[in-house]
Design a protein around this ligand. Sequence first.
Ligand SMILES: Nc1ncnc2c1ncn2[C@@H]1O[C@H](COP(=O)(O)OP(=O)(O)OP(=O)(O)O)[C@@H](O)[C@H]1O
Ligand SMILES: [Mg+2]
Length: 432
Amino acid sequence: QDAGLSWLLLVSVPVLAVTNYWIVSRMLPIFRSMQQLIDAVNRVMRDQLSGVRVVRAFAREPFERERFAHANRTLSQTALTAGTWQALMAPATTLTINVSSVAVIWFGGLRIDSGHMQVGSLIAFLAYFTQILMAVLMATTTLMVLPRAAVCAERISEVLSTRPAVISSEHPVRRPRGVDGRVQLDQVSFRYPGADQPVLQDISLFAAPGTTTALVGGTGSGKSTLVSLICRLYDVTGGAVLLDGVDVRDYEIEQLWSAIGLVPQRGYLFSGTVADNLTYGAAPGQKVTEEQMWQALRMAGAEGFVRTHHDGLQMPVAQGGVNFSGGQRQRLAIARAMIRRPAVYLFDDAFSALDVHTDAKIRESLRQFTAEATVIIVAQRLSTIIGADHVIVVDDGRVVGAGTHESLLASCPAYIEFADSQSLSAGVGGRP
Ligand SMILES: Nc1ncnc2c1ncn2[C@@H]1O[C@H](COP(=O)(O)OP(=O)(O)OP(=O)(O)O)[C@@H](O)[C@H]1O
Ligand SMILES: [Mg+2]
């Protein structure tokens, strides 16, 4: 009816939209960093909770308190900034609406004065005008939650779109008669994701069923990495790991993992009972009887302390197994790996926390139990290594020697050095 005032709408709606857009675009990065700061606070807290004993032992409480306070302070400051911007939105919107209303009345009054417009039309126009701006306001309120939601959505999709590094192949191989356990590494090289130096280079070795292979090498030489490649916790970056002549990447992952018993360097026990932890090692679908559990415990030299506990197999295990000694934990981890009677045993420094006597006893019973299986042991003790059929010396990610203890003593300088250092310390202890 009267289009003369419509231009006000054309001015005020864009002004409202542009202000809001400006504020929202300011808030987006703030929210993004806020999520990261929330991460940081959680990380610091987790660190401190799991390392609380270390913190106390080193009297670092003030330092840790300050570290947490710092993370917390940064978060609250960022939250405040975000809040300020958010708070700015409401007054900006109200201001625009009210100024526009005043302008409508002002210009409308002028038009009425000059006889171009009726008072009724002005009132009607004002009502519609406010309604339109209210709708914009509603949209803005929705917009206020948008930045935060957008950042959260980004992070969720980040997690959802993460692909596992180790995936089953398209056409997995399943061996109906099970796995014999011939382990072969063919010119394997490996680099951790994100690292620029390869950890392992050009490693070739062969381990047959019924034999024991010892891996020897200084700390950080890549032994644990080698072990985790065999059970496919990582995929090789060059060459191939073969089990029974088939690339481990072609196996059905379930079958591969149930053919291998791993005792990791840092065995983790789950909260629950000893029996729970032992059944954890069972192959899918395997029923474990109490008799089998006791047998595995006996083999691993863990029967004694479980028997003497009044709960027996129901002996409680705290999270991470903190209510056990390091050696007891290792022995339970060994028992857990033995319960499924795998074709390949991987012991990553699994005897390190045991005294020499217990170590010898366990290895003796293991030798009978694992007579048919392929055993690969990462070892630091000469006594373990002498008993092995085959010794591989790893240095700085390369194989520098392979053979038996005797042949290596005759040929491999790195091994001679290693053996010397051990017999030296033994000699010092044994001399009258
Ligand atoms: N998850 C990882 N990400 C990146 N680098 C790693 C990772 N794990 C190990 N490394 C690096 O790989 C190298 C070899 O580590 P590895 O654990 O295999 O040594 P190791 O021979 O088992 O030593 P140790 O005798 O002390 O157990 C080290 O230099 C280490 O820094
Ligand atoms: Mg290691």
